[in-house]
Design a protein around this ligand. Structure first.
Ligand code: FE
Length: 211
């Protein structure tokens, strides 16, 4: 069966004003959909047709002759993770085991945040900024174009799309403002924590008040 465009895990206006309804419509209904459609077209009738998306990504990552398939498969997967990486009322500091891991591997939440924003802003051209678990150690990664840490054996916990189409309507050229907003108001720490096997935890905001 062909791959399907997954539904957004929230309403199109649920992330406003941080990400507008218009941006989500364009980003999900046009950009993400185009990657899914192109992938289906490229793998139709090939031995990749029955493989999982993850297997296609790993199988084509190092094969230049399959670059188009890899790009569309990875972008299909990356966007699905990106939708899960945001939630209405998200952002701020995580709690519980997730926060302990951030403190252990980055020396504190502020240091994590500073590094994440720097990697996103320093990314030249299109790409993605990631929080990954690399064999038990959390790392921030920046990847170009469609490249994804999944292809390199790392477990993805969160991602921020830094292609211009992710933020241009709402933030124009101000990528830094978008990435800071992602961390302050959108990051879905419950999703990240669940990727590490932690239970969702009460979120502790920067102010210290619990929500
Ligand atoms: Fe995108």
């Amino acid at each position: 069966m062909a791959f399907q465009l997954p539904k957004l895990p929230y309403a199109y206006d649920a992330l406003a004003p941080h990400v507008s309804k218009d941006t989500l419509h364009y980003h999900h209904d046009k950009h993400h959909k185009a990657y899914v459609s192109k992938l289906n077209e490229l793998i139709a009738g090939t031995n990749l047709e029955k493989k999982s998306l993850e297997d296609i990504i790993v199988a084509t990552a190092k094969d230049e002759s399959k670059e188009k398939i890899f790009n569309n498969a990875a972008q299909t997967w990356n966007h699905t993770v990106f939708w899960s990486s945001m939630s209405p009322g998200g952002g701020g500091e995580p709690g519980g085991g997730m926060m302990e891991r951030i403190e252990k591997d980055f020396g504190g939440f502020d240091a994590f945040k500073e590094k994440f924003v720097k990697e996103a802003v320093d990314q030249f051209g299109s790409g993605w900024t990631w929080l990954v678990d690399d064999n038990g150690k959390l790392l921030i990664r920046a990847t170009h174009d469609a490249m994804t840490p999944l292809a390199e054996g790392q477990s993805v916990l969160l991602t921020c799309d830094v292609w211009e189409h992710a933020y241009y309507l709402d933030y124009q050229n101000e990528r830094e403002k978008f990435v800071k907003t992602f961390l302050d108001n959108l990051a879905n720490w419950d999703y990240a924590a669940s990727c590490l096997g932690f239970e969702p935890h009460e979120k502790v905001r920067r102010t210290g008040t619990r929500h």
